[in-house]
Design a protein. Structure first.
Lengths: 324, 324, 324, 324
């Protein structure tokens, strides 16, 4: 068993377009129910993340479907980034009507979560940022963001709010850019139901070491959720887990064990050109292998090497333990 | 007069979507003719770039429209990146049928160019690359790319082929990544009608100094076309010219004057959230200002400072000459 | 008058070596007193930053020299990075003796500051980080860092401690990497004498917008000191202010005026190959020009454009107001 | 046997300073002879790279030492970057006297190589570049660089000249930045004794895929030498081979086997803080393991997967074959 379990969103079944191929690299003929059935059939996956209201509005029928399939909704993502309405921001928008809609949507999403038996929603304010120098009043943007989260958090205490950070894309700069920006907000708010979602690739994009970010969030009791994927450090390539940065991915899993992470291990991949099922399979197999290895390695030896900051010793140990 | 003139593609009138907002940030209710009429109405713009066959198939009616508007087609871009068909490459595709289609399309585009009175087509093999380590046979990919360009170049000598390089996006790695990769191909081919299109932002993404790339391409007689825009160096943000990197943008224009560039100054911007007309206006005004400044500054003084590698002297001179 | 004044460290008079030219690109024949006399002679500079104990141990004679020259010590930097002793960290070191030395040195530096009439010391824990994955225990490192700063802050309340962050160099990863990592520490400590030093180039390296970082630090009442310089975003090139990123540098000064910054504007440049005096002069002239421009522009218009997130309007306004 | 053998420079025995710790992180009490003796004692290392004239001037005694130790000089690096004399460039210098000295030094180095029974020298024009926009005349710089290499190459045909590229450091921009920039020079010169040295880390810094660079250089018959190390893609961290980018490092070795590379596998690491001998050992063990794995894996299967651009299949295959 890996934390609360392995989880998945439906994104890998989407057309996965980009700005040059907006219609995407594949067809998406399946309904949400069909996608969920496929996920349930994978065997390894216990949880799903759903996008609200992009994927569903009414929680009742979905609850039934999930129950029938033996799947658990582990997170509902509030869709605050996928329409032109949010182009200048949602939570930080200077347009009061737009911002109110965003807050209301998040609150409704919390209610839907409760109805679904889901304990958590997530906010990724990806449009809340700026593109050009001097385009926004940073003070205003920060106040509005913090206040919006406060208001959402107060809507109900029984649902957690995981805030996902990212340094850029789709804006050239996003306000909630790094793990510590979100931790700062959570400390200021002091709301027990507000925490951090760490997306491994987002951490890498910000030149964070993912494991260090895990430790920091965990130290403040704020590590709510993990999104797994990989990239070349400079962009959110959303690639197969461990397919670029093997050692840091392993370190992330090792540290998650160390801090006693009890949340979900959720894949957040965007397979533009790859076959949905095969790419999910490859991810699951890598995740399981690395977590199992993290449990197998000699903790005492690693801790001892770390005490001496012994980079060579660690590198040799990892080579011997992980490589055939 | 700026080289052959200022030019524009129709992209700023597109919905300009991204992977999160695939339908784009604006409506696109206008026909190609309407867009061209708007461009003609700008006053400053003499040339247009068209995408073939995405924007038109039959050159005859377009030729008439352009003539009526007093616009010149300065470049036809072969659409080798905008459909899932090319997802594993066009010119370098291991699928012979796909690759043949790409070559045939480029040849047809040359014919369309001739019919339009346009002297040049461009190839941007943006899908010709790879995402994962070990995904492709680089030798095969290189041979196929070079051979495809050779075949296209041989189709007819009276149309130039400008090859546009880019280091990544939409693939995590694109084969024709840098100015010198394209120059290497042109030297190997030895075809007089094959040259380089420098996109200022693509140069920046590759940590090239745009002006240096201009000089290199020009030295080999291969600088065929300029695409103008700006970004934060790490991604192809396609922003307003000079809005991020003022000094290097100015240097690019100064060097284009120095090498006696006689081609088009073409805007290649992607205004996701900005008003099409206003953003074009802002670009044109900046381009004109910087070229005019480049013509105004004291060349002798700059050359003298460069002789001594005098960074401080240059920085002071630029501050005094460019800033109010 | 610019805040408390323009300030300078003696670094530009150093040999300024790198790993390939460790002896540096110039001779350094001058004593500290001679350097200070040169600085005093510049006219524009009112404050100096000194490195303790690298540049002096006994505050008494230096106090006299400064007084005689009419200079004010605006900051004392504790040298916690310049000897192999700190190679695995100072404040976070797992070696208790090394860490105690670091803390003691910082406390002694505070005393020296008091003796010099200097209100502030700075800590830049540049060796406190890691190079390889899994090399350190992040939790330990964080606790030790926070506790060390707490201990130093408690030494005396009358001296401020400005903590300078940087994402890398000389380690491949430094723990105190971003503005919000330091703000998090300051919030946790709750010590009124602990705040942030923002080095403009360090902010750029972390893909921060410097102005946004200024606003955040200021919002928490923690903006203690500004280090000015510029770079190409990917490394701490320590170049002439505004020589690469003109717009964001201007924005930084504009925002510093907006938040009512009352601290020092201190140059932190590292002119490997440039003449010390000329490079300082070029920096001072750029700083003055940009601050004066920031005071001249029409605040109301900017605020109005920001209200609409009007990137085009801002870009046009800046072009018209700043460029000749 | 790995190509011509495994090789090493003496750099790991240096103090390995940086700009903050110019005296370095360790003592360097050993003579060149002592270092060579240690290298000979390693067992696995057959070749050494020496720096001329930094490490020796007279080849006669060194030849004797090497012979006695059973070591072969596999490359002599011309020291064109380690003194302030070259601060504005060596091969491209606008100062004719400086440039002549550089050329003369390279020619003398070729003679020393011949006397040592060494077949190759290398040029790394690391100071030949620029820091600020508009600081240099790129056309001049390019002509001077190409002409200098032509002159050196003509000095004698029996010694090869391997040109090492790097995109930056110590300059913010180095002219010979990428593999294709050097290939362009070699094609223009048409001199059979001029080729490319690929430093794996330098390739990564330029966002090159090292294996692709190997294939390109090899295709033009210009792959003269390999420098092995690793980094975080953004800087020349000169870390243990494979310690960051395992998959791409493996791919590099696999491709070197594919192209039939017959040169040296030379470590180019810079262990600031690590024990010299231990870090060399860790490197050698990783290099041997990865080359042996490259020889073990099923070439037919990989080639088949590459024919289909099957990223998932390759990722799964590598996971199964390389990871325990």
């Amino acid at each position: 068993m890996y934390g609360k379990g392995l989880a998945l969103a439906c994104v890998p079944f989407y057309p996965c377009g980009d700005r040059f191929v907006p219609r995407g690299y594949r067809e998406d003929p399946h309904t949400l129910e069909q996608k969920l059935a496929v996920i349930a059939g994978l065997g390894d996956v216990a949880g799903v993340e759903l996008s609200y209201p992009a994927e569903f509005e009414d929680p009742v029928p979905i609850a039934k479907v999930l129950k029938g399939l033996g799947l658990k909704a582990c997170n509902l993502e509030v869709e605050l980034f996928g329409s032109s309405k949010w182009k200048y921001g949602a939570l930080s928008s200077r347009d009061d009507a737009v911002r109110s809609d965003a807050i209301r949507l998040a609150c409704r999403c919390m209610d839907a979560a409760a109805d679904l038996g889901c304990e958590q929603i997530s906010l990724w304010p990806g449009q809340d940022g700026f593109d050009y120098p001097m385009q926004v009043d940073y003070r205003e943007a920060w106040e509005r963001t913090v206040d919006a989260i406060r208001e959402i958090a107060a809507h109900r205490q029984d649902i957690r709010i995981a805030i996902e950070y990212k340094i850029k894309e789709p804006r050239t700069h996003i306000h909630l850019a790094t793990v510590c920006k979100v931790l700062l907000v959570t400390l200021e708010l002091g709301a027990s139901n507000v925490g951090v979602m760490i997306d491994a690739g987002h951490a890498l994009m910000a030149y964070e070491n993912v494991a260090e970010s895990v430790v920091l969030a965990s130290r403040y009791g704020k590590l709510f959720h993990m999104h797994l994927n990989d990239n070349y450090r400079l962009w959110d390539d959303d690639m197969i887990v461990g397919s670029v940065n093997l050692w840091e991915t392993f370190e992330m899993f090792w540290v998650l064990e160390e801090v006693g992470y009890q949340g979900w291990y959720s894949l957040d991949i965007f397979p533009y050109r790859e076959d949905s099922l095969r790419v999910i399979r490859a991810n699951l197999d890598m995740v399981k292998k690395l977590i199992n290895t993290a449990r197998r390695v000699d903790r005492t030896r690693i801790v001892d090497l770390q005490r001496k900051s012994d980079a060579v010793g660690i590198a040799e140990y990892l080579r011997e333990e992980l490589l055939k």
